[in-house]
Ligand binder design. Structure first.
Ligand code: ADP
Ligand code: F6P
Length: 319
C-alpha cells in the first residue's frame, strides 16, 4: 500500500488527535504517503483532502477535538455518496483509509471497503458503546471530566443539604454513568441497561437520611432521558431540595488523559500495520488490554455486556 488517508467522523472525542498523529507517523515510517480527509466523509465527497507530513501532526497529542474536524455526513449513507467517495480515492491514489469514529462511521467504512477501498476503523467515541472493544478513544477523558464536574456539584449539594441529579452523556449506553457514579459515591445510578424504580431510589435516600446523610448524588445516563422529572420526583417524595444538571458537551472536550493518548497511539499504529499488509474491512480495538482487530460486519453485529457486577457493587457500597 502506497498512500493512505485518515479521517475522523461522528462526535469528536479527546484522543482522536493522538490517533491521527499515530496513523500519520506510523505510515511515514513505513514509507507510505498520508493524506488528511477533512470533516468526516464530507471530505471524501467534496475532495477536501490535504497531504500530511510528520510536522503536520506536531503538538496535537495533548489537544482535545480533532485537527481533521468531524461531521455527520448524510450523503454518505446513500450509495451515490459512497461512489463519489470512491471516485475521490481513485483520483487521489488513496488505497486505504483509517476511519476514527463510532459504529455509524464503521457502517460507512464497510460500504467503502465493499467498493474496494480498504478501510480500518478505530473506535473513537466517549460513549464506549462499541461492542468489539472494551475501550474507546475519549472514554477515559470524558469520564474523568464528568467525575470532576460531579465533584463540584457534591460541594454544593453538601453545603445546601440537597440532592443533585446529574445527567451524563453516553447516547444509549450507561458506561459513563456507571463509572462516574461509583467514582463520585452516587446514592443511585440510573441507566437504560438496568431496570429502575423511582420508589427504590426514594427509599434509599430516606434510609440514608435516617442515618444522618444530608446530601445525595444521583447519576442518570442520558439515554434514560428524564433527569428533570427524576429530580422533581425525588424532591416531592423525600422532602429534600433537588436540582437536575445536564453536563452536556463539556464532557466531549478538553485535553485527553494519558490513557486516551496511549491507547489511541497503540491502536493507530496497529491500524497502519493492517493497511500495510493489505488488510482492510477491519475494526481495531482492545480486549484484555491487547490490541486486536475484527471484521467490520462482525464488529457491528456484536452486543456489549453491561457490567452488572460493577453495578451491584456500586449499589451495595453507596448510601
Ligand atoms: P458514530 O460514528 O459516532 O456512531 P454517526 O452514527 O453519527 O456517529 O455516524 C457518523 C457518520 O458515519 C454519518 O454521518 C455518516 O456519514 C456515516 N454513517 C452512519 N451510518 C451509516 C450507514 N448506515 N451507512 C453509511 N454511512 C453511515
Ligand atoms: O457519541 C457522543 C455523544 O456525545 C453522545 O454521548 C451524545 O448522545 C451525542 O454524541 C450528542 O451528539 P451531538 O454532538 O450531535 O449533540
Amino acid at each position: 500500500m502506497k498512500k493512505i488517508g485518515v479521517l475522523t467522523s461522528g462526535g469528536d472525542a479527546p484522543g482522536m488527535n493522538a490517533a491521527v498523529r499515530a496513523v500519520v507517523r506510523a505510515a511515514l515510517q513505513k514509507n507510505m504517503e498520508v493524506v488528511g480527509i477533512y470533516r468526516g466523509y464530507n471530505g471524501l465527497i467534496n475532495g477536501d483532502i490535504r497531504p500530511l507530513d510528520a510536522t503536520s501532526v506536531s503538538d496535537i497529542i495533548q489537544r482535545g477535538g480533532t485537527m481533521l474536524y468531524t461531521a455527520r455526513c448524510l450523503e454518505f449513507k446513500e450509495k451515490a455518496g459512497v461512489l463519489k467517495a470512491k471516485e475521490t480515492c481513485l483520483k487521489n491514489g488513496i488505497d486505504g483509509i483509517v476511519v476514527i469514529g463510532g459504529d455509524g462511521s464503521f457502517r460507512g467504512a464497510a460500504d467503502l471497503s465493499a467498493e474496494g477501498i480498504l478501510c480500518v476503523g478505530l473506535p473513537g467515541t466517549i460513549d464506549n458503546d462499541i461492542a468489539m472493544t472494551e475501550y474507546t478513544i475519549g472514554y477515559d477523558t470524558a469520564m474523568n471530566t464528568a467525575m470532576e464536574l460531579i465533584d463540584k456539584l457534591i460541594d454544593t449539594a453538601c453545603s445546601h443539604d440537597r440532592c443533585s441529579v446529574v445527567e451524563v452523556m453516553g447516547r444509549r449506553a450507561g458506561y459513563i454513568a456507571l463509572n462516574t457514579g461509583i467514582a463520585c459515591g452516587a446514592t443511585a445510578i440510573i441507566t437504560t441497561e438496568m431496570p429502575y424504580d423511582i420508589n427504590d431510589v426514594v427509599k434509599k435516600i430516606e434510609a440514608s437520611k435516617k442515618i444522618g446523610k444530608n446530601h445525595f448524588i444521583v447519576v442518570v445516563s442520558e439515554g434514560v432521558g428524564n433527569s428533570q422529572k427524576i429530580a422533581e420526583e425525588i424532591q416531592a417524595h423525600c422532602n429534600i431540595d433537588c436540582r437536575a444538571t445536564i453536563l452536556g458537551h463539556v464532557q466531549r472536550g478538553g485535553a485527553p488523559t494519558l490513557r486516551d493518548r496511549v491507547e489511541a497511539s497503540r491502536m493507530g499504529y496497529y491500524a497502519v500495520d493492517l493497511l500495510e499488509k493489505g488488510i482492510g474491512n477491519r475494526v481495531v480495538g482492545l480486549q484484555h488490554g491487547d490490541v486486536i482487530d475484527v471484521d467490520i460486519h462482525e464488529a457491528l453485529s456484536m452486543t456489549k455486556e453491561f457490567p452488572k457486577d460493577l453495578y451491584k457493587i456500586a449499589n451495595e457500597i453507596s448510601i
